[in-house]
Design a protein around this ligand. Structure first.
Ligand code: SAM
Ligand code: SF4
Length: 328
């Protein structure tokens, strides 16, 4: 098992396969001024498979495909099948806004994907256009149904809570867990990007404590559910009689850095050592410089040793990349 310089086991790789998206969530992608990785700079499906093989040889056991919006990648099925063939026993998940799932959920399952996390910030058709610009509740719901039908379960739903946009909509989302077997998770807004953008984000953070209070005041008490894995970043609860769970992810008010077990691969092949810092290593340069599985494994192991102990939001340090470039 690979360990970082602070003794943490690192066995989880999040792979961004695409930095473009069909939505423009207000906290993730501005409407103008975006620059995307040119196609020739994106890792190919074969290069992603090579990184997966190297990661498995180092002891990685869990992968998550993300973006941007991963379902926009035309060869996504090939990418999933490639990772699966390198890691028959690994857990492979994907994070998506769900809109394109109806046309590909079954093929993704057949290619070896285990399950999906689907992003939906509110069930209100008007407010969703404010926060997840260009989204449509009904389309995301159809995506959730397609994922369920294909067996990409258990389904988790991610909602980023933004003051003034969807902070009161958490109640209806949480209520779904009374009748649906979903893990609905509320995520504190993280400051991403440069200068004014991240300052604005910090002013709109709603703490998990406040979100939880709003939910319990409206619906009733939440009972803690024991963590299934020490590195689960979500603290999970259930309503009495509920069949799903309500989770809280608190990177701002209660960071889980000490239990962090993950590193990230950006769409252009940079290994990112911390979500909220800029430390990175260029795996694409290793691969395109002729390096094979051993060279990539070596680069992975060496980079992991340099993983920072934690983020430093308190000191005003945060990643200058936006979330669509990193994958969340
Ligand atoms: N497009 C897919 C989606 O939205 O699920 C995958 C990529 S998206 C960058 C991954 C996750 O990052 C999303 O579930 C979203 O909830 C989360 N996210 C994006 N920007 C964020 C921010 N500033 N703070 C907290 N979470 C954020
Ligand atoms: Fe797209 Fe996901 Fe970013 Fe929203 S959070 S803009 S769906 S990449």
């Amino acid at each position: 098992m690979p360990r970082d310089g602070h003794g943490r086991i690192i066995d989880y790789l999040r792979i961004s396969v695409m930095d473009r998206c069909n939505l423009r969530c207000s906290y993730c992608m501005p409407l103008e001024g975006l620059r995307f990785v040119p196609d020739e700079d994106l890792l190919t499906a074969d290069e992603i498979s090579l990184v997966a093989r190297a990661a498995v040889s180092c002891g990685f056991r869990k992968f998550r495909i993300t973006g941007g919006e991963p379902t926009l990648r035309r060869d996504l099925i090939e990418v999933v099948a490639g990772i699966r063939s390198e890691s028959p026993d690994a857990e492979i998940g994907m994070t998506t806004n769900g809109i394109l799932l109806p046309r590909m959920a079954r093929d993704l399952k057949d290619a070896g994907l285990d399950r999906v996390n689907i992003h939906i910030d509110t069930l209100d058709e008007v407010r969703i256009r404010q926060v997840m610009r260009f989204a449509d509740v009904q389309k995301i719901m159809t995506g959730i149904e397609a994922a369920e039908d294909a067996g990409l379960t258990p389904i988790k739903l991610n909602s980023v809570v933004v003051r003034g946009d969807n902070d009161t909509d958490v109640v209806e989302l949480a209520r779904q867990t009374l009748t649906r077997p979903w893990g609905v998770r509320f995520i504190e807004l993280m400051p991403m990007g440069d200068g004014d953008e991240s300052k604005l984000a910090l002013s709109r953070v709603v703490s998990s404590e406040e979100t939880m209070e709003r939910i319990t005041d409206s619906i009733g008490p939440l009972i803690p559910v024991p963590a299934t894995h020490p590195s689960d970043e979500s603290r999970n609860y259930q309503f009495s009689g509920g069949i799903g769970t309500v989770g809280f992810i608190s990177p701002v008010s209660d960071p889980f850095c000490s239990a962090c077990n993950r590193v990230r691969l950006s769409a252009e092949g940079k290994l990112l050592l911390c979500l909220l810092r800029d430390d990175e290593a260029d795996l694409r340069a290793v691969i395109r410089g002729g390096g094979g599985v051993e060279a990539v494994s070596h680069a992975l192991r060496q980079s992991i040793l340099l993983k920072p102990v934690g983020h430093a939001l308190d000191e005003g340090i945060h990643a200058s990349r936006r979330m669509h470039e990193i994958g969340g």
